[in-house]
Design a protein around this ligand. Sequence first.
Ligand SMILES: *[C@@H]1O[C@H](CO)[C@@H](O)[C@H](O)[C@H]1NC(C)=O
Ligand SMILES: *[C@@H]1O[C@H](CO)[C@@H](O)[C@H](O)[C@H]1NC(C)=O
Ligand SMILES: *[C@@H]1O[C@H](CO)[C@@H](O)[C@H](O)[C@H]1NC(C)=O
Ligand SMILES: *[C@@H]1O[C@H](CO)[C@@H](O)[C@H](O)[C@H]1NC(C)=O
Ligand SMILES: *[C@@H]1O[C@H](CO)[C@@H](O)[C@H](O)[C@H]1NC(C)=O
Ligand SMILES: CC(=O)N[C@H]1CO[C@H](CO)[C@@H](O)[C@@H]1O
Length: 193
Amino acid sequence: MAIQKWLLFLFLHNLYHHIPTLARLSDLKYVQCGSNGNYTEDSSYQNNLNTLLYSLSLNIDESGFYNASSIGQNSDKVSAIVLCRGDIGLDQCRYCVDNIGQRLVEIYPNQKEANAGYDECSLQYTNRSIINDTTSLPTLYYFWNHENASQPEEFNKDLEILLIDLRGQAANGGDPRRKYASGNATGPDFQTI
Ligand SMILES: *[C@@H]1O[C@H](CO)[C@@H](O)[C@H](O)[C@H]1NC(C)=O
Ligand SMILES: *[C@@H]1O[C@H](CO)[C@@H](O)[C@H](O)[C@H]1NC(C)=O
Ligand SMILES: *[C@@H]1O[C@H](CO)[C@@H](O)[C@H](O)[C@H]1NC(C)=O
Ligand SMILES: *[C@@H]1O[C@H](CO)[C@@H](O)[C@H](O)[C@H]1NC(C)=O
Ligand SMILES: *[C@@H]1O[C@H](CO)[C@@H](O)[C@H](O)[C@H]1NC(C)=O
Ligand SMILES: CC(=O)N[C@H]1CO[C@H](CO)[C@@H](O)[C@@H]1O
C-alpha cells in the first residue's frame, strides 16, 4: 500500500511538472475558406490534411514558424504554413497551432483551403503549393484601436521613432526565420506606445 501511494505521488509529481501552464487563447480574429473546392470524406486529401495538422505543432520550433509541402502527391498534396506571435512561448504556440487546426476543420469541413488567426497564432492550409510563392500568402488582416490620439502629430512622431528602431532590431534578429522585435515609447500626455 505504502509503495503504491509513493508511486502515485511520483506520478502526480511528474505530471504536475510536465504540464505547462497554458493561457487561455483569445477569440478567433478571423476565419475564412478559399474557393478551391471540397475534398471528399475519407479521401487521401483528408488523410494528408489530418496527418499534416497533427504534425504541425510537433514540428514547430522556437522560431514559431513552420511550413510543410511534403505531405501527399499531385492532387492529394496538402501544404500548410503556421506562424506564432513572436512573444509567446513554444508550449503556448503549439497549443494554439493544435487548437486552430481543429477549429478550422470543424468550421469548414471538407474545404481544401482555409485559414484562420488568433492573436497568438495563424494557420493556412491549401492544395496549392505555398512554399516560395508570395502570391499565395494568406490575406493580411489589420486591427486597430478605435480611440484617437489626443495629439496625433506628436503621437505619430514618437511612434515613427519607435517603429524605425524596432524595424532595425527585427531585421537584425539572429535567427533567419525569426525577425521579431517589440518595445515601447512614451508619447504625448505620458501615454505608453
Ligand atoms: C463544399 O461543401 C460545402 C458544404 O460543406 C458546400 O456548401 C459547397 O457548395 C461545396 N463546394 C463545392 C465547390 O462543391
Ligand atoms: C486545388 O483543388 C481544386 C478543386 O479540386 C482544383 O481545381 C485545383 O486545380 C487544385 N489546385 C492544385 C494546385 O492542385
Ligand atoms: C525559391 O525561389 C528561389 C528564387 O526563385 C530559388 O532560388 C529557390 O531554390 C526556391 N526554393 C525552393 C525551396 O523552391
Ligand atoms: C477619430 O477621428 C476621426 C476623424 O479624424 C473621427 O471620424 C472619429 O470619429 C474619431 N474617433 C473617436 C473614437 O473619437
Ligand atoms: C517598456 O519596455 C521596457 C523594456 O524596454 C519594459 O521593462 C517595460 O515593462 C515596458 N513597459 C510597458 C508599459 O510595456
Ligand atoms: C521554417 C521552415 O520549415 N521552412 C521550410 C519551408 O519549406 C521549404 C521547402 O520545403 C524549406 O526549404 C524550408 O526550410
